[in-house]
Design a binder for this molecule. Structure first.
Ligand SMILES: NC(=O)c1ccc[n+]([C@@H]2O[C@H](COP(=O)([O-])OP(=O)(O)OC[C@H]3O[C@@H](n4cnc5c(N)ncnc54)[C@H](OP(=O)(O)O)[C@@H]3O)[C@@H](O)[C@H]2O)c1
Length: 436
């Protein structure tokens, strides 16, 4: 008989678009990893779509049924978890509330729904003792939801600041690096698949505001009505302002920010939050977040600043965190102290001498002809080729020779340095470091 712990986790997936197809692929390709992480299979039982007849890339597992009937997911007693990857608010809200009413756990990446219309969904989840997980809804594969709910749960968060929309960040990066104007950068983003045909949610700041609304709940335990949030996008950004800001040492970024203010006189704490383009000094990490990447900076008095950076969207990056939510449901009631429920295997180790890397090498030699060639010869004997060589100024008849090598092994480097020592031309032991 199947025990509760060995029984597969049965999943109903709603939505087989970009992220849904990515999840189907990961469930197929990562079966072994899933078994090690949670000790049970995750089985896709049904997939809900709008148009059943559409041709699809996703390879559904054998026995998995494609349906257009929402209730066949929400009401199926065999299904343990409903994964909502349809997007939008109306149908998704209906699906999730009905599934919760039937006692199913929920995994979703739907920030618009969670930000605008989810109070009753969280209440229903609580009342029915169901998990409602949504790591994929904020900043793609950056694990910010889990970071706030778990490792940072013991902190009073003071502020949270981020670049939460990859499309806008791509456009601003192109305007900054290549001097493009907004329309040209937007068209390029659309051609590359980084922007929707209707880019409103992205470039007008609403997508970032949806995500900020979720982060405010997670960081401060406060409900900030989405409709009241000040939101300014980048649609009217003039490339001249980006160029002028650059002259002062700043980058223009679309920033989502929330910070607590304590009023000393009244003792009351108030929240300042919004989405707006801002000048960020080039030395700040946020200024260096380029292209479609996202980043979040969290600060609390106890932890100090914490910075997370990664891909903000895309089929597999997003599907990977949706899968991590599914794994969390699958191992809900079993200890997970190592990250794996199975015994940890001994690592098969690459010996340090076989590590491959480029190298920086400095040797101190007498200022005599042929020394540069002698050192290079010792390296060539070990098949180490040079990328660059610099001979520095003579200091008291001692010359520093600096080499940058192409990739080689630590073993070859040690042997080459030993050969250099044996030439007798060195005035000090050679110095060499890996180049990352
Ligand atoms: N794309 C990303 O990189 C990304 C990143 C983070 C979060 N997200 C979030 O993930 C969710 C899914 O995004 P996506 O880009 O994967 O969407 P998508 O490519 O547009 O796919 C949506 C899927 O849902 C189905 N669907 C939509 N409305 C439906 C309805 N009323 N009934 C049944 N099926 C319906 C569609 O069916 P048909 O195929 O039959 O049309 C399609 O398979 C959204 O909430 C989005 O905000 C996406």
């Amino acid at each position: 008989m199947e025990s509760a712990s060995s029984r597969p986790l049965y999943v109903g997936l709603a939505g087989l678009g970009t992220v849904g197809s990515g999840l189907v692929r990961l469930l197929r390709e990562d079966r072994e990893l899933i078994e090690k992480r949670v000790g049970r299979d995750i089985v896709l039982r049904k997939v809900l779509v709008r148009t059943a007849t559409r041709e699809r890339q996703a390879m559904l597992p054998e026995g998995c049924e494609l349906t257009t009937d929402m209730t066949s997911l929400t009401d199926d007693p065999q299904i343990d978890v409903v994964v909502e990857l349809m997007g939008g608010t109306g149908a998704a809200h209906k699906l999730i509330s009905r599934a919760l009413a039937h006692g199913k756990h929920i995994v979703t990446a739907n920030k618009a729904l969670l930000a605008e219309d989810s109070e009753d969904l969280f209440r229903l989840a609580r009342e029915n003792n169901c998990l409602l997980r949504y790591e994929g809804s904020v900043a793609g594969c950056i694990p910010i939801v889990g970071t706030l709910t778990d490792p940072l749960a013991g902190n009073h968060i003071d502020s949270i600041m981020g670049i939460l929309n990859g499309t806008s960040n791509y456009i601003l990066s192109e305007m900054t690096s290549n001097g493009m104007d907004f329309d040209a950068a937007l068209t390029q983003a659309q051609e590359l698949g980084y922007a929707e045909a209707d880019p409103t949610l992205d470039v007008d700041g609403f997508d970032a505001a949806h995500k900020l609304t979720l982060l405010i709940r997670l960081a401060f335990g406060l409900d900030y009505p989405f409709a009241s949030m000040p939101v300014q996008g980048i649609r009217n950004m003039d490339k001249r302002d980006i160029a002028f800001a650059r002259e002062f040492g700043y980058r223009v970024k679309l920033i989502a920010e929330a910070r607590l203010h304590k009023d000393e006189a009244s003792g009351k704490t108030r929240l300042e939050a919004g989405v707006f383009p801002a000048l960020v000094h080039h030395s700040f990490l946020l200024a260096r977040v380029g292209g479609v990447y996202n980043a979040v900076r969290i600060e609390s008095q106890v932890s100090g600043p914490i910075f997370l950076h990664g891909r903000g969207a895309g089929a597999l990056p997003t599907a990977s965190v949706v899968l991590s939510d599914l794994l969390a449901v699958a191992r809900m009631d079993r200890p997970n102290n190592t990250g794996f429920v199975t015994e940890i295997e001994k690592a098969s180790i690459v010996p340090p001498e076989h590590w491959r890397s480029r190298y920086y090498v400095r040797v101190m030699v007498s200022d005599e002809s042929g020394v540069l060639r002698d050192v290079a010869g010792c390296m060539a004997d070990e098949d180490i080729s040079m990328a660059q060589v610099i001979q520095k100024e003579n200091e008291d008849n001692v010359v520093p020779l600096v080499y940058m090598t192409h990739e080689t092994t630590a073993q070859a480097m040690s042997r080459a340095m030993q050969k250099v020592r044996e030439t007798g031309i060195l005035r000090a032991d050679p110095v060499f470091y890996r180049i990352l």
